[in-house]
Design a protein around this ligand. Structure first.
Ligand SMILES: C[S@@+](CC[C@H](N)C(=O)[O-])C[C@H]1O[C@@H](n2cnc3c(N)ncnc32)[C@H](O)[C@@H]1O
Length: 238
């Protein structure tokens, strides 16, 4: 493949068309299966994680990474399946800042990002710093590092708000800054990145901007055309 390959359809079927050991990074934000905003695509128990994990493992190169978003209420179950097929390298907590459901509960701004590898001794990892300035005068500061090292708690990602220039019509759009960060850390230029649940195509846009090849699937026609429009750069700011 060369460039951007996106398809409208069910990831369960389309994944079977991806070649064995052909993907460097799977970076995906699947439904959290919580019936979010009554969306049909987010129905509880809608995904067969055992099947998906096997497909992910099959298509991933031996040195590949899997970065997968989860919510607090589904992460344990999904993780228990993925743990059988991959090695867990880290578990990042990302503060979405924009919360949901505050009236009868604490506000949920937490998202979980699981980082898995196929081979614990060989995987792509490009170390970067956070965008948070150091407050103390440690060695790092003297060596010219003004920003804190990136930890497994991410609080420095600007949210997508209704007035953001990148905003499109998808209820769970991820910030481009966030996907740029993920693609930069866990893949190299020219690598193949797969997002089987691409939504409005934020992963695709990051890949296009950073010189990665991209394979993406989306089952919803409207979201698929938003992705296409963003990738083509027709009129929307991305
Ligand atoms: C959480 S959203 C992804 C949002 C995306 N990260 C963005 O920035 O726009 C998950 C997407 O997966 C899609 N989806 C759900 N089930 C699917 C399936 N079986 N195959 C392909 N896409 C699916 C939904 O339509 C939804 O757009």
């Amino acid at each position: 493949m060369n460039g951007m390959a996106i398809a409208l359809g069910d990831a369960n079927d389309l994944l079977t068309e991806v070649e064995d050991s052909s993907v460097d990074l799977i970076a995906t934000d699947p439904p959290y299966e919580i019936n979010f905003a009554n969306n049909a695509w987010d129905k509880p128990n809608g995904l067969n994680w055992d099947y998906l994990a096997k497909q992910f493992r099959r298509v991933m190169k031996p040195s590949g990474n899997l970065i997968i978003f989860q919510g607090w209420s589904c992460v344990s179950e999904t993780k228990s399946v993925l743990d059988k097929h991959f090695f867990l390298k880290n578990w990042i907590i990302y503060d979405r800042i924009k919360g949901r459901g505050a009236k009868t509960n604490v506000v949920s701004t937490r998202e979980d990002i699981l980082w898995y590898v196929a081979d614990e001794s060989s995987y792509t990892f490009n170390k970067i710093n956070s965008t948070i300035k150091k407050k103390t005068k440690g060695m790092g500061l003297r060596n010219g590092n003004t920003f804190r090292a990136l930890s497994n708690v991410w609080t420095d990602v600007p949210p997508v708000v209704p007035w953001s220039r990148e905003r499109v019509d998808h209820p769970t759009q991820k910030p481009l800054f966030l996907m740029d960060r993920i693609i930069s850390i866990w893949s190299n230029e020219g690598d193949v990145v797969l997002d089987p649940f691409m939504g409005s195509g934020t992963t695709a846009v990051a890949c296009r901007n950073l010189g990665r090849e991209f394979i993406g699937f989306e089952v919803d026609k409207q979201y698929f055309s938003i992705s296409k429009e963003r990738i083509d750069g027709c009129g929307r700011l991305i």
